[in-house]
Design a protein around this ligand. Structure first.
Ligand code: PMP
Length: 350
């Protein structure tokens, strides 16, 4: 969806990296996160200050190969050196399906997947993952395990003004962000964590050192250039279209198309979201998530199979801890694919 904006930005975001550039492992030896490119850190702070979606003052920034690596770094930081048994990791359903796979795949002795946070009742330390707005259903979330001794990881991949009203600067222990959903550059593999506690930030940095000896400098420099272009576009005197305004209208239009198609087909329902005032845009609107969470009507047993038979590929609710009645559909595909999807959905009958 974002490709067109970046094509129109032309050379503003081009970057020349010569053969002798970025050769060392190190970026900033004085920084706790020694592989963090100062230019990238500067643009991260600038963008959060403009949008007002996260507190950055007196916080540590840790860069990662996508927020996926940072999520694992956060698990390591919160669970090591480890006790007699692995610490439970929970998230309320429907949860981002990748979390579970990432927690389980190495059969770690430090942490273990304990499923739905809503039914977690063990009287022991735990780590709760809070994705807000949530993937897959788009709702704003708060921690729900109501006990002390819990450690929280906030995934704010979608806390940007094209998706949801920015109601206040987020201020939590560990907050994860990613260019994948901010600007659409998933292939750059760059994410960042904003971390309050110095020791936690140090251990996250240690994880990334052990895991990949740092994060691609080329990608960080490219990400810095992209974030700079986004921030520049938000300046009042800019000659570029405001990136977030442009993206907001694009997503809003798609949600209108989707709701109309869902109504016409009479086979599905989509969630309704409360409205909120966005301090960044000065606009009152409801969350318009990057994914549509569709529930099919009673007559359809397996929503994923049904949609596949109409040439629409989705991800079944079962991956997110929910039933086969649900599917998740991306709202961020290219225009041509999205239009085809809307056409097929609106013509669909039982
Ligand atoms: N968190 C959430 C909630 C996501 O939806 C995604 C992307 N699907 C990620 C993290 C992964 O981000 P990255 O590409 O930075 O690894």
């Amino acid at each position: 969806m974002y490709e067109r904006y970046w094509q129109q930005a032309g050379d503003k975001t081009s970057l020349l990296i010569s053969g002798w550039h970025s050769m060392s492992y190190f970026s900033d030896v004085k920084n706790l996160c020694w592989f963090l490119e100062p230019q990238f850190a500067k643009e991260v702070i600038r963008l959060h200050d403009i949008v007002g979606n996260a507190v950055t003052m007196d916080r540590h920034i840790v860069v990662g190969t996508g927020s996926t690596q940072l999520f694992q770094a956060a698990l390591y930081a919160l669970s090591s050196p480890g006790g007699t048994k692995p610490i439970s990791v929970v998230s309320s359903t429907p949860y981002y399906s990748f979390y579970r796979q990432v927690v389980e795949y190495l059969k770690s002795g430090l942490y273990t997947w304990a499923g739905d946070a809503a039914i977690f009742d063990k009287d022991e330390p735990y780590i709760e993952l809070i994705t807000s707005p949530n993937n897959p259903d788009g709702f704003i979330r708060q921690p729900i395990v109501n006990r002390s001794g819990g450690m929280l990881i906030h995934d704010f991949a979608y806390y940007w003004p094209q998706y949801t009203p920015i109601t206040s600067p987020a201020d939590h222990e560990i907050m994860l962000f990613t260019v994948s959903k901010t600007t659409g550059h998933a292939g750059m593999r760059i994410g960042w964590a904003i971390v309050k506690d110095k020791e936690v930030a140090k251990r996250m940095t240690k994880f990334i050192e052990l895991n990949s000896i740092g994060v691609s400098k080329d990608s960080q420099l490219r990400a810095a250039k992209i974030l700079q272009a986004v921030s520049d576009s938000c300046e009042p005197a800019s000659d570029s279209r405001n990136f977030f305004e442009n993206s907001y209208h694009h997503v809003a239009h798609r949600w209108q198309q989707l709701r109309k198609a869902v109504e016409e087909s009479r086979l599905f329902s989509t969630p309704e979201f409360p409205t909120g005032f966005c301090n960044y845009t000065g606009r009152l609107f409801s969350t318009q998530p990057a994914f549509a969470w569709l529930k099919c009507k009673d007559e359809i047993e397996n929503c994923e199979d049904f949609l596949r038979s109409h040439k629409i590929l989705t991800r079944s609710g079962k991956h997110f801890g929910m039933s086969l009645k649900y599917v998740r559909i991306s709202m961020l595909d290219r225009d041509s694919n999205f239009d085809l999807f809307i056409k097929r959905l609106s013509e669909m009958r039982l």
